[in-house]
Design a protein around this ligand. Sequence first.
Ligand SMILES: NC(=O)c1ccc[n+]([C@@H]2O[C@H](COP(=O)([O-])OP(=O)(O)OC[C@H]3O[C@@H](n4cnc5c(N)ncnc54)[C@H](OP(=O)(O)O)[C@@H]3O)[C@@H](O)[C@H]2O)c1
Length: 307
Amino acid sequence: MKAIRITGYETEPNLDDVSQPVPASGQVLVRVRAASLNPLDVKLQRGYMEQFFPQTFPYTLGTDLAGVIEQLGADVEGWALGDQVVARTEPTAGGAFAEYALVPKELLAKAPSTLPLKEAAGIPTAAGTAWQALFESAELTEGQKVLIHAGAGGVGSFAIQFANCVGARGIATASGSGLDIVRLLGADMGIDYRCEDFVQKVSDIDVVLDTMGGETQQRSFEVLRSGGHLLSTVMPPDETLVAAHNVTAGFVFHASDGQRLARVSKAIDQYGLQVLVDRTVPFTEFIQAFQHQASGHARGKIIITFD
Ligand SMILES: NC(=O)c1ccc[n+]([C@@H]2O[C@H](COP(=O)([O-])OP(=O)(O)OC[C@H]3O[C@@H](n4cnc5c(N)ncnc54)[C@H](OP(=O)(O)O)[C@@H]3O)[C@@H](O)[C@H]2O)c1
C-alpha cells in the first residue's frame, strides 16, 4: 500500500510502498478514504513535539482519518466490516496518511451520516479540540459570549458552530474573505485581525478560545469578564495575568478519544454542522498541501484523499 512517511525530523515526506498492516488484538484495520492535515503534522515533522510525542522512524504521518473497517483484530466488539468510521490515532503512532491504517478500538467513532467520508476526515483533531475546550473545560452555555481566535481555521470553524449549538454568541477573528466565512458559519461578529483591534471591539467575554498564543493571548485577558475563562491550544496562559484579571485559564491538550469523537459526530448529524474545507487533494499532491498547512493560513481543513 501507499503511505506518506518521513525518515527523520525535517525530512521531506515521501510516498512509499509499504506492507499493509495487520490488526493486533483490540485494533481494527481501516481502509482510509480520506485523511486531513493539522498544524500538528507540521510540528511533528519538524521535531517540535518530540518531548510529548516521541516518534520512531520511518514514521507514517497523519492522525485524522475517515474510512471503512476492512479487518477486525481479536477482542473487538461492536464494530463490523464495512462500518464507516472516523478516528484520531495517537500522534506517536500516526499512520493516517496511508491507504490502510491501524486504529485501536477505543479511538474509533461512527462517522456522521450527514457528511461524505471525504469531509468527515476533517473532523477528529479540529472538532475534538474545539469540543474539549468549549464544553469540557469552559463549560460554555446558552447566552454566553465566546471570542474565538482564528475562526476560519480548523479548530475555530468548529468552535463557532459548536457555540451556536448551545445558544452561545460566537465572535471570531479572521481576515479578508475569512470574515465572510466566519459569518456564514454562524459567528455573530467577525473582527479583522489585520486591521482591527479586538480589545477595542469586544468586552465582558465569558470564554476566549486562544489558538494563536503570544500577544493575542496576552491581550485577550483584557476582554474577559471577571470570572471568565481563557483556554489556549498553543501555550500555557501567564498565571500573573490570570490573577490580575480574576479569571481562570488553561492549556488545552487534546487527547485522542473515540467517545468524545462519537459525541462530536452525533452533534454534527443532529445540528447539520459542516466541515469547512480549504481544499481536497489526492495523496499524490501531498507535499503542496503540507506546505499550505505549514503557511498557517489554511481556511478550514485540508483533505487528502486515498481513493
Ligand atoms: N493543544 C492541542 O491539543 C491542539 C489541538 C489542535 C490544535 N492546536 C493548535 O492550535 C492552533 C490552531 O489550530 P488550527 O487547526 O485551527 O490551525 P489552522 O487551521 O492552520 O489555522 C489557520 C487559520 O488561522 C488564521 N490566522 C492566522 N493568523 C491569525 C491571527 N493572528 N489572528 C486570527 N487568525 C489568524 C488564518 O486566517 P488568515 O488566512 O485570514 O490569516 C487561518 O484561517 C495550531 O497552533 C495548532 O497546532 C493545538
